[in-house]
Design a protein around this ligand. Sequence first.
Ligand code: SF4
Ligand code: ZN
Length: 312
Amino acid sequence: PRGAKCTRCREQATIALPSHHANFCEDCFRFFFRRSVQRAMKKFPVDPRETILVAVSGGKDSLAAWAVLQDLGWKTKGIHVDLGIEGFSEASAAAIDAFAARRGLSWVRYSLKEVFGYTIPEIQKRTRRKICSVCGTVKRQVLNRLTFQEECRVVATGHNLDDEAGRLLGNLVRNRREYIEKQYPYLPSSHPRLPVKIKPLYRVSADEIRTFCRVEGIEYLADSCPLSRGATSHTFQEVLQFLEKKMPGTKRDFLFSYLESKEPPKPVDDFGTCDQCGQPCYGTRCSVCNLLNQLREKDAARRPPSDGEGPR
Ligand code: SF4
Ligand code: ZN
């Protein structure tokens, strides 16, 4: 904004934030951004002595979340699950490694192949279901499991204002009441094997995160996963972005007014325990074990018989 003054310090402003009716210089923008995350963290029931496991992909959101949690004084550890997607997975790990080294942060890397038996492309070859929905389910459960392996109880993800508002709109349009009911920036643990989940960036938009990464010099992986194709969640986000352009502040109003009308979620006791892997699930067998069994059956059927009747 040419000639505009910073709303906070009255110096020359370089960053315009129409949705907040504000202009900032870089320092005051950093302050604003960190304070937004701090406000989010105040709403979460997390003990400051706790080490927060930050699920990182190498993209802007997870790295920004990790950076701010560190800046705010939280104990953190990064965790990354390598999905085995050629090119993309290597680039993700490289971005995380460079970021963590610069900030002196520690992180652990697990490979999905090792912890689950299949990479995402290998799963994709063996199922007709939409890969992103399968990937989401598998990642979620693997992350739950690894959190306990890492002796942590709280997981932070990089979901931002656009993700949350887009999801809310999608759920409202489809009238998915159970999902609407559950939507909140944190989820308490409802099973001894489930971590608390928090979304420290739910109050900041994707644009604000990009700006934060730029002023902080955070080099993130800008490429999206090559397997993502026209997810409908993006369409809902675009609709909100359109409204935001016409009426700055709409996206926040939409999400925050909904959240304010709600009681924070309480632990529920509708989980059973999977008889195969011991993870929480509805019923007696979790969807990840069901998937794993299907994949193994498929592979067993393909394999030539091993009792000597096969070709020599
Ligand atoms: Fe998984 Fe889809 Fe995300 Fe790729 S885009 S990481 S396949 S959920
Ligand atoms: Zn299971």
